[in-house]
Design a protein around this ligand. Structure first.
Ligand SMILES: NC(=O)C1=CN([C@@H]2O[C@H](COP(=O)(O)OP(=O)(O)OC[C@H]3O[C@@H](n4cnc5c(N)ncnc54)[C@H](OP(=O)(O)O)[C@@H]3O)[C@@H](O)[C@H]2O)C=CC1
Ligand SMILES: O=C(O)[C@@H]1CCC=N1
Length: 273
Protein backbone atom coordinates (compact mmCIF):
# COMPACT_ATOMS: atom_id res chain seq x y z
CA UNK A 1 0.00 0.00 0.00
CA UNK A 2 1.23 3.45 -0.89
CA UNK A 3 2.24 5.53 2.14
CA UNK A 4 2.08 8.89 0.40
CA UNK A 5 -0.14 11.68 1.67
CA UNK A 6 -1.94 13.56 -1.09
CA UNK A 7 -3.18 17.14 -0.66
CA UNK A 8 -5.90 18.23 -3.08
CA UNK A 9 -5.77 21.99 -3.53
CA UNK A 10 -9.30 22.66 -4.73
CA UNK A 11 -12.08 20.20 -3.97
CA UNK A 12 -14.53 20.63 -6.83
CA UNK A 13 -15.71 18.30 -9.59
CA UNK A 14 -12.34 16.94 -10.68
CA UNK A 15 -10.77 16.64 -7.23
CA UNK A 16 -13.81 14.87 -5.80
CA UNK A 17 -13.82 12.43 -8.73
CA UNK A 18 -10.18 11.55 -8.06
CA UNK A 19 -10.65 11.37 -4.29
CA UNK A 20 -13.70 9.12 -4.68
CA UNK A 21 -11.89 6.89 -7.18
CA UNK A 22 -8.86 6.51 -4.90
CA UNK A 23 -11.01 5.68 -1.88
CA UNK A 24 -13.05 3.17 -3.90
CA UNK A 25 -9.73 1.56 -4.80
CA UNK A 26 -8.74 1.29 -1.13
CA UNK A 27 -6.48 4.34 -0.76
CA UNK A 28 -6.51 5.09 3.00
CA UNK A 29 -8.70 8.11 3.79
CA UNK A 30 -6.20 9.32 6.43
CA UNK A 31 -3.66 9.90 3.62
CA UNK A 32 -5.92 12.35 1.78
CA UNK A 33 -6.44 16.05 2.59
CA UNK A 34 -8.55 18.51 0.62
CA UNK A 35 -8.73 22.28 0.61
CA UNK A 36 -11.25 24.72 -0.87
CA UNK A 37 -12.18 28.37 -0.53
CA UNK A 38 -15.46 27.75 1.25
CA UNK A 39 -16.42 25.70 4.29
CA UNK A 40 -19.55 24.64 2.37
CA UNK A 41 -17.50 22.70 -0.19
CA UNK A 42 -15.35 21.19 2.53
CA UNK A 43 -18.26 19.98 4.65
CA UNK A 44 -19.65 18.34 1.52
CA UNK A 45 -16.30 16.59 0.94
CA UNK A 46 -16.10 15.45 4.58
CA UNK A 47 -19.62 14.08 4.40
CA UNK A 48 -18.94 12.17 1.17
CA UNK A 49 -15.43 10.90 1.82
CA UNK A 50 -14.64 11.31 5.52
CA UNK A 51 -11.22 12.85 4.83
CA UNK A 52 -9.38 15.73 6.48
CA UNK A 53 -10.17 19.17 5.05
CA UNK A 54 -8.97 22.70 5.63
CA UNK A 55 -9.34 26.13 4.08
CA UNK A 56 -5.60 26.62 4.75
CA UNK A 57 -3.64 25.53 1.67
CA UNK A 58 -0.32 25.89 3.53
CA UNK A 59 -1.42 23.51 6.26
CA UNK A 60 -2.38 20.85 3.70
CA UNK A 61 0.72 21.31 1.56
CA UNK A 62 3.04 21.18 4.58
CA UNK A 63 1.97 17.58 5.25
CA UNK A 64 1.84 16.37 1.66
CA UNK A 65 4.11 14.11 -0.39
CA UNK A 66 1.91 14.78 -3.41
CA UNK A 67 0.22 18.09 -4.09
CA UNK A 68 -2.61 17.78 -6.57
CA UNK A 69 -3.48 21.20 -7.97
CA UNK A 70 -7.21 21.01 -8.73
CA UNK A 71 -8.22 24.66 -9.00
CA UNK A 72 -9.51 26.43 -12.11
CA UNK A 73 -6.81 27.62 -14.52
CA UNK A 74 -7.72 31.24 -13.81
CA UNK A 75 -6.69 31.01 -10.13
CA UNK A 76 -3.69 28.69 -10.53
CA UNK A 77 -1.09 31.46 -10.53
CA UNK A 78 -2.38 33.02 -7.32
CA UNK A 79 -2.74 29.66 -5.57
CA UNK A 80 0.62 28.16 -6.59
CA UNK A 81 2.63 31.34 -6.02
CA UNK A 82 1.17 31.63 -2.55
CA UNK A 83 1.76 28.05 -1.44
CA UNK A 84 5.19 27.45 -2.99
CA UNK A 85 7.03 28.31 0.26
CA UNK A 86 5.25 25.50 2.13
CA UNK A 87 6.03 22.68 -0.32
CA UNK A 88 8.14 19.90 1.29
CA UNK A 89 11.48 19.11 -0.38
CA UNK A 90 10.99 16.09 -2.64
CA UNK A 91 7.23 16.62 -2.89
CA UNK A 92 5.59 15.81 -6.21
CA UNK A 93 3.32 18.44 -7.75
CA UNK A 94 0.55 17.26 -10.06
CA UNK A 95 -1.56 19.80 -11.92
CA UNK A 96 -4.87 18.77 -13.45
CA UNK A 97 -5.52 22.15 -15.05
CA UNK A 98 -6.28 22.57 -18.73
CA UNK A 99 -4.25 25.25 -20.44
CA UNK A 100 -1.64 25.87 -17.75
CA UNK A 101 1.77 25.07 -19.17
CA UNK A 102 4.74 23.47 -17.45
CA UNK A 103 6.63 26.71 -17.99
CA UNK A 104 4.00 28.65 -16.05
CA UNK A 105 3.81 26.05 -13.26
CA UNK A 106 7.61 26.15 -12.85
CA UNK A 107 7.66 29.94 -12.94
CA UNK A 108 4.99 30.21 -10.23
CA UNK A 109 6.03 27.25 -8.05
CA UNK A 110 9.81 27.09 -8.57
CA UNK A 111 12.11 25.74 -11.29
CA UNK A 112 13.40 23.03 -8.93
CA UNK A 113 9.99 21.38 -8.45
CA UNK A 114 9.07 17.93 -9.73
CA UNK A 115 5.91 18.60 -11.68
CA UNK A 116 3.54 16.36 -13.62
CA UNK A 117 0.87 17.89 -15.84
CA UNK A 118 -2.05 15.49 -15.84
CA UNK A 119 -5.31 15.50 -17.75
CA UNK A 120 -7.77 13.17 -15.99
CA UNK A 121 -11.54 12.96 -16.43
CA UNK A 122 -14.51 12.66 -14.11
CA UNK A 123 -15.22 8.92 -14.66
CA UNK A 124 -12.17 8.53 -12.39
CA UNK A 125 -14.78 8.46 -9.63
CA UNK A 126 -15.82 4.99 -10.83
CA UNK A 127 -12.21 3.96 -11.52
CA UNK A 128 -13.08 4.31 -15.21
CA UNK A 129 -10.90 7.38 -15.71
CA UNK A 130 -8.64 7.98 -18.69
CA UNK A 131 -5.69 10.26 -17.94
CA UNK A 132 -2.79 11.72 -19.87
CA UNK A 133 0.47 12.51 -18.04
CA UNK A 134 3.49 14.66 -18.88
CA UNK A 135 6.51 15.09 -16.58
CA UNK A 136 9.19 17.77 -16.35
CA UNK A 137 12.86 16.80 -16.16
CA UNK A 138 12.93 16.95 -12.34
CA UNK A 139 10.49 14.05 -12.02
CA UNK A 140 12.36 10.96 -10.81
CA UNK A 141 11.48 7.37 -11.60
CA UNK A 142 10.10 7.05 -8.06
CA UNK A 143 7.85 10.05 -8.67
CA UNK A 144 6.73 8.55 -11.99
CA UNK A 145 5.91 5.31 -10.22
CA UNK A 146 3.93 7.23 -7.59
CA UNK A 147 2.06 9.09 -10.34
CA UNK A 148 1.27 5.76 -12.03
CA UNK A 149 0.03 4.34 -8.70
CA UNK A 150 -2.38 7.25 -8.31
CA UNK A 151 -3.74 7.41 -11.85
CA UNK A 152 -3.87 3.66 -12.44
CA UNK A 153 -5.89 3.36 -9.23
CA UNK A 154 -8.64 5.45 -10.86
CA UNK A 155 -8.56 4.11 -14.42
CA UNK A 156 -5.98 4.01 -17.18
CA UNK A 157 -3.10 6.44 -17.58
CA UNK A 158 -0.87 7.19 -20.57
CA UNK A 159 2.39 9.16 -20.47
CA UNK A 160 3.03 11.53 -23.37
CA UNK A 161 6.52 12.72 -24.25
CA UNK A 162 5.54 16.11 -25.68
CA UNK A 163 3.66 18.64 -23.61
CA UNK A 164 1.53 19.71 -26.58
CA UNK A 165 -0.02 16.22 -26.59
CA UNK A 166 -1.76 17.06 -23.31
CA UNK A 167 -4.01 19.26 -25.46
CA UNK A 168 -4.85 16.22 -27.60
CA UNK A 169 -5.66 14.32 -24.40
CA UNK A 170 -7.97 17.18 -23.34
CA UNK A 171 -9.82 16.92 -26.66
CA UNK A 172 -10.14 13.12 -26.48
CA UNK A 173 -10.63 12.15 -22.85
CA UNK A 174 -10.53 15.25 -20.62
CA UNK A 175 -13.54 16.84 -22.28
CA UNK A 176 -14.66 13.58 -23.92
CA UNK A 177 -17.19 12.36 -21.33
CA UNK A 178 -19.20 15.53 -22.03
CA UNK A 179 -19.51 14.60 -25.71
CA UNK A 180 -21.03 11.24 -24.83
CA UNK A 181 -23.30 12.86 -22.23
CA UNK A 182 -24.50 15.30 -24.91
CA UNK A 183 -25.31 12.44 -27.26
CA UNK A 184 -27.18 10.70 -24.43
CA UNK A 185 -29.16 13.88 -23.69
CA UNK A 186 -30.13 14.21 -27.35
CA UNK A 187 -31.07 10.53 -27.77
CA UNK A 188 -33.18 10.63 -24.60
CA UNK A 189 -35.06 13.69 -25.87
CA UNK A 190 -35.61 12.30 -29.35
CA UNK A 191 -36.78 8.96 -27.91
CA UNK A 192 -39.40 10.88 -25.94
CA UNK A 193 -40.45 12.84 -29.01
CA UNK A 194 -40.83 9.51 -30.83
CA UNK A 195 -43.42 8.54 -28.23
CA UNK A 196 -41.54 6.69 -25.47
CA UNK A 197 -42.25 7.89 -21.96
CA UNK A 198 -39.30 9.89 -20.59
CA UNK A 199 -38.11 7.25 -18.12
CA UNK A 200 -38.23 4.46 -20.70
CA UNK A 201 -36.32 6.60 -23.19
CA UNK A 202 -33.73 7.47 -20.51
CA UNK A 203 -33.19 3.86 -19.44
CA UNK A 204 -32.94 2.53 -23.01
CA UNK A 205 -30.49 5.30 -23.94
CA UNK A 206 -28.22 4.79 -20.92
CA UNK A 207 -28.19 1.00 -21.15
CA UNK A 208 -27.36 1.28 -24.85
CA UNK A 209 -24.43 3.62 -24.09
CA UNK A 210 -23.17 1.25 -21.40
CA UNK A 211 -23.62 -1.80 -23.63
CA UNK A 212 -21.85 -0.14 -26.56
CA UNK A 213 -18.94 1.02 -24.35
CA UNK A 214 -18.58 -2.43 -22.84
CA UNK A 215 -18.68 -4.15 -26.22
CA UNK A 216 -16.11 -1.72 -27.62
CA UNK A 217 -13.75 -2.26 -24.68
CA UNK A 218 -14.30 -5.99 -24.13
CA UNK A 219 -14.59 -7.28 -27.68
CA UNK A 220 -11.65 -8.44 -29.78
CA UNK A 221 -12.82 -6.45 -32.81
CA UNK A 222 -12.73 -2.69 -33.32
CA UNK A 223 -15.59 -0.19 -33.09
CA UNK A 224 -15.95 0.00 -36.88
CA UNK A 225 -16.54 -3.76 -37.11
CA UNK A 226 -18.98 -3.72 -34.18
CA UNK A 227 -20.89 -0.97 -35.99
CA UNK A 228 -20.92 -2.98 -39.23
CA UNK A 229 -22.42 -5.95 -37.35
CA UNK A 230 -25.42 -3.81 -36.40
CA UNK A 231 -25.82 -2.26 -39.82
CA UNK A 232 -27.91 -4.66 -41.90
CA UNK A 233 -27.83 -3.95 -45.64
CA UNK A 234 -30.93 -1.92 -46.51
CA UNK A 235 -31.87 -1.90 -42.82
CA UNK A 236 -32.67 0.83 -40.31
CA UNK A 237 -29.18 1.47 -38.88
CA UNK A 238 -27.85 2.00 -42.39
CA UNK A 239 -30.25 4.91 -42.80
CA UNK A 240 -29.29 6.44 -39.44
CA UNK A 241 -25.53 6.10 -40.07
CA UNK A 242 -25.92 7.47 -43.60
CA UNK A 243 -27.69 10.50 -42.17
CA UNK A 244 -24.89 11.08 -39.63
CA UNK A 245 -22.24 10.79 -42.33
CA UNK A 246 -23.99 12.83 -45.02
CA UNK A 247 -24.77 15.59 -42.52
CA UNK A 248 -21.07 15.85 -41.59
CA UNK A 249 -20.78 14.16 -38.18
CA UNK A 250 -17.07 13.20 -38.68
CA UNK A 251 -16.16 16.78 -39.66
CA UNK A 252 -18.27 18.17 -36.81
CA UNK A 253 -16.55 15.95 -34.22
CA UNK A 254 -13.14 16.94 -35.59
CA UNK A 255 -14.11 20.61 -35.45
CA UNK A 256 -15.32 20.26 -31.85
CA UNK A 257 -12.15 18.49 -30.73
CA UNK A 258 -9.99 21.10 -32.44
CA UNK A 259 -12.00 23.81 -30.66
CA UNK A 260 -11.10 22.19 -27.32
CA UNK A 261 -7.39 22.17 -28.28
CA UNK A 262 -7.58 25.79 -29.45
CA UNK A 263 -9.16 26.84 -26.17
CA UNK A 264 -6.40 25.17 -24.18
CA UNK A 265 -3.76 26.99 -26.24
CA UNK A 266 -5.67 30.26 -25.84
CA UNK A 267 -5.90 29.79 -22.04
CA UNK A 268 -2.18 29.03 -21.84
CA UNK A 269 -1.37 32.26 -23.67
CA UNK A 270 -3.82 34.37 -21.66
CA UNK A 271 -2.79 33.02 -18.25
CA UNK A 272 0.98 32.63 -18.67
CA UNK A 273 2.00 35.88 -16.90
N1 LIG B 1 -14.26 19.02 -14.52
C1 LIG B 1 -13.59 18.21 -15.34
O1 LIG B 1 -14.17 17.31 -15.97
C2 LIG B 1 -12.12 18.36 -15.52
C3 LIG B 1 -11.44 19.43 -14.95
N2 LIG B 1 -10.07 19.53 -15.11
C4 LIG B 1 -9.36 20.65 -14.47
O2 LIG B 1 -9.63 20.58 -13.08
C5 LIG B 1 -9.52 21.87 -12.51
C6 LIG B 1 -10.71 22.09 -11.59
O3 LIG B 1 -11.88 22.01 -12.34
P1 LIG B 1 -13.26 21.62 -11.64
O4 LIG B 1 -13.02 20.63 -10.56
O5 LIG B 1 -14.19 21.31 -12.73
O6 LIG B 1 -13.64 23.04 -10.98
P2 LIG B 1 -14.54 23.33 -9.71
O7 LIG B 1 -14.98 24.75 -9.81
O8 LIG B 1 -15.57 22.28 -9.53
O9 LIG B 1 -13.50 23.21 -8.48
C7 LIG B 1 -12.54 24.17 -8.21
C8 LIG B 1 -12.25 24.10 -6.73
O10 LIG B 1 -11.19 25.02 -6.46
C9 LIG B 1 -11.47 25.60 -5.19
N3 LIG B 1 -10.69 26.81 -5.01
C10 LIG B 1 -10.84 28.01 -5.63
N4 LIG B 1 -9.91 28.90 -5.18
C11 LIG B 1 -9.17 28.21 -4.25
C12 LIG B 1 -8.09 28.55 -3.43
N5 LIG B 1 -7.55 29.77 -3.44
N6 LIG B 1 -7.58 27.61 -2.61
C13 LIG B 1 -8.11 26.36 -2.57
N7 LIG B 1 -9.14 25.98 -3.33
C14 LIG B 1 -9.66 26.89 -4.16
C15 LIG B 1 -12.95 25.81 -5.20
O11 LIG B 1 -13.40 26.01 -3.86
P3 LIG B 1 -14.94 26.39 -3.52
O12 LIG B 1 -15.73 25.21 -3.93
O13 LIG B 1 -14.93 26.57 -2.05
O14 LIG B 1 -15.24 27.62 -4.32
C16 LIG B 1 -13.42 24.51 -5.83
O15 LIG B 1 -13.59 23.53 -4.83
C17 LIG B 1 -9.46 22.86 -13.67
O16 LIG B 1 -8.17 23.39 -13.76
C18 LIG B 1 -9.82 22.04 -14.89
O17 LIG B 1 -9.14 22.46 -16.05
C19 LIG B 1 -9.36 18.61 -15.79
C20 LIG B 1 -9.98 17.55 -16.36
C21 LIG B 1 -11.40 17.35 -16.32
O1 LIG C 1 -13.72 22.16 -19.66
C1 LIG C 1 -12.62 22.27 -19.13
O2 LIG C 1 -11.92 23.26 -19.33
C2 LIG C 1 -12.12 21.14 -18.26
C3 LIG C 1 -10.85 20.55 -18.81
C4 LIG C 1 -11.25 19.24 -19.42
C5 LIG C 1 -12.61 19.02 -18.93
N1 LIG C 1 -13.05 20.05 -18.26
Amino acid sequence: MNESTIAFIGAGNMASSIIGGLINNGWPTYQLIATARTEETLSDIREKFNIETTVDNHQAVGKADVIMLCVKPQVMKEVLTDLSSSIKPNALIISVAAGITMESLQKWGGEHLSIVRSMPNTPSLLQCGASGLYANNNVSNDHKKLTDDIFNAIGIAKWVDQESLIDAVIAVSGSGPAYYFLLMEIMEQVGSRLGLDNETSRQLTLQTALGAARMATESSVDAAELRRRITSPKGTTEQAIKTFQEQGLPELVEKAMNAAVDRSIELAEALKD
